[in-house]
Design a protein around this ligand. Sequence first.
Ligand code: SF4
Length: 333
Amino acid sequence: MTNPEYWHGKPYYSLDAYCKNTYGEKLYKAALNAGFTCPNRDGTLGTKGCIFCSKGGSGDFASSFSDISASSPDEAEQIFEEAYQHSISFLSGKKTGQKYIIYFQAFTNTYGSVPYLEKIYRLALTRTNCVGISIATRPDCLPDPVINLLVRLREEYSPKFIWVELGLQSIHERSASFIRRGCSLSSFDVALEKLYSARILAVVHLILGLPGEHLTDMLQTVNYLNHQPVWGVKLQLLHILKDTDLEQYWRQDPDFYGSFRTLSLYLEALISCLEHLRPDMVIHRITGDAPRPLLLAPLWSAHKRHVLNTLHKQMKEQGSYQGKHYNDGKNYC
Ligand code: SF4
């Protein structure tokens, strides 16, 4: 939907707007930790993980459940339902709707045997009021048998959806190497192509404010995505969290983390990224939430409502909107 009339008052095409246009109402995310690990942590590629990743595998708000691979169908059903309800209860402070997206959030949610993946995805797709599932993973963890499983389940449970979220963070090799991402841009391209061929919508995670990256670098990443089969994007401000390797860098040299010391610096870059982003790209996240007890910097980001209000006000005053400078990538910087 490139027409801002369908953006429900925001200067960008938010996930909220997409859900209202498609399902007639807001959908809420029930985040789960299904007990996976990650090749960047289990020794396959490394043991320390990406330098920004928390101990909870970037799923600190997710509701965990125990390994159900050996559980009977009834036990698995009960364990999964309890975790689902627990996750929904986190949303109780909000005005919750009736429908949910089950979000496999923590660690790498396709990094398991196909029978186990099938078991947990089926449990999710058969939950009451679940309209679809979103699976966070790495580009190098989508082998063909997993893609085939996703296609089978999508066909079987239609009209429920299956989205896949890929952690890219940046197209730049020096950043990928610094954050210890452990997979290449070409493996990201292959994953996107597989998802596109399988007609599974892809959401890409980007981090704004990686050390050493300037606005031009971020716009190059945005421009790259503009020309790929990407349906949605999560724009995540770089948070420094306790007990990550990033914390060590930051403690040794607070200047090291210089990009977004202030909200206004962040908004300047964020607005520019939005203006250059393809206008039909669905914005699943605009800053990100960090768990308060873990957040070390930037502390201004803890006031999310203020961040969003300031963003919307500033974009309105500037006459700014998603895709304003999208020009088939020719004038992005
Ligand atoms: S790939 Fe994801 S889960 Fe694994 S270490 Fe990196 S951020 Fe954490």
